[in-house]
Design a protein around this ligand. Structure first.
Ligand code: ZN
Length: 63
């Protein structure tokens, strides 16, 4: 699934990458590897909707 074709910030090319995302909540920090579209020009990270949802789920558990 490709939610974006171009970077919405600078219009640069996007590449699928595995990135490390840190989630903090309730004094805990969780690090998870997720796939994201990363802008080759400005480094902006774009996450798919289901990835954002999983962030929210995990944040809810950390509270
Ligand atoms: Zn960009």
């Amino acid at each position: 699934m490709k939610p974006f074709k171009k970077c919405p910030v600078c219009g640069g090319e996007l590449e699928d990458k595995q990135v490390e995302k840190l989630l903090r909540g309730g004094g805990n920090t969780v690090s998870m590897k997720v796939s994201a579209e990363v802008c080759l020009h400005c480094g902006e990270r774009l996450y798919a909707e289901e990835v954002v949802k999983s962030f929210e789920e995990i944040r809810g558990k950390l509270r």
